[in-house]
Design a protein around this ligand. Sequence first.
Ligand SMILES: Cc1cc2nc3c(=O)[nH]c(=O)nc-3n(C[C@H](O)[C@H](O)[C@H](O)COP(=O)(O)O)c2cc1C
Length: 212
Amino acid sequence: MKKVIAINGSPRKKGNTVTLLQRAMEGAESAGAETEMIHLYDLNYKGCTSCFSCKRKDSKYWCKCAMKDDLSPILERVMECDAILLGSPIYLYNITGEMQSFIERLIFMNLSYDKSNRSNLEKSINVGCVFAAGMPAERFPRFQPMFEWQKDWTMVMNGKWEYIISLDSYQFKDYSKYAAGLMSEPHKRKVREEQFPIDCQNAYELGRRMTE
Ligand SMILES: Cc1cc2nc3c(=O)[nH]c(=O)nc-3n(C[C@H](O)[C@H](O)[C@H](O)COP(=O)(O)O)c2cc1C
């Protein structure tokens, strides 16, 4: 049976990112995968510390990360899967720091400084990304290149790469309790009711495609 791991890079376990990731997992399951979700904010770990153990000739850490922390067993499990589903909210026009640290560790240990295809990985792992952002859809084109270049590092995993982004997200349970005058709650509610279900369906199909 195919294995798919969803990595949640949001601190909110009931937020937009997790909702989208759950739908992506359902899509993966519909294509016959066994799935699980890892919450990065539950783990204590750091990004790559540039020890280069994974690049040393004859190293016992070849294609492995020598750092020992809560991410170590997760990286081992990720290396056994067929696809990963990465979910992150957009913070300051980027993925969260926790997701960035996870990606540094995963990609750098598989990155080749020798081969032109840049990969030491001897299998392929598909990477499907789901992002949730508060910005309205009309602002997105300005930041789209940031999402497109994520593709460059995923080639190290030798598989398919795709992303979906859910924009104009509903952020608070009760908008009246927050100083957020620049946001129109009726507009946010409309997006939530009309666009978010479409985003969830897109996440489902992404999860299915990454598994097939
Ligand atoms: C620290 C922080 C920074 C944020 N920066 C951005 C941003 O730069 N652009 C944007 O569109 N949304 C930004 N947001 C909004 C989140 O991306 C949005 O609320 C998202 O839906 C959160 O996902 P979650 O529900 O999974 O936590 C930010 C939110 C926080 C808490």
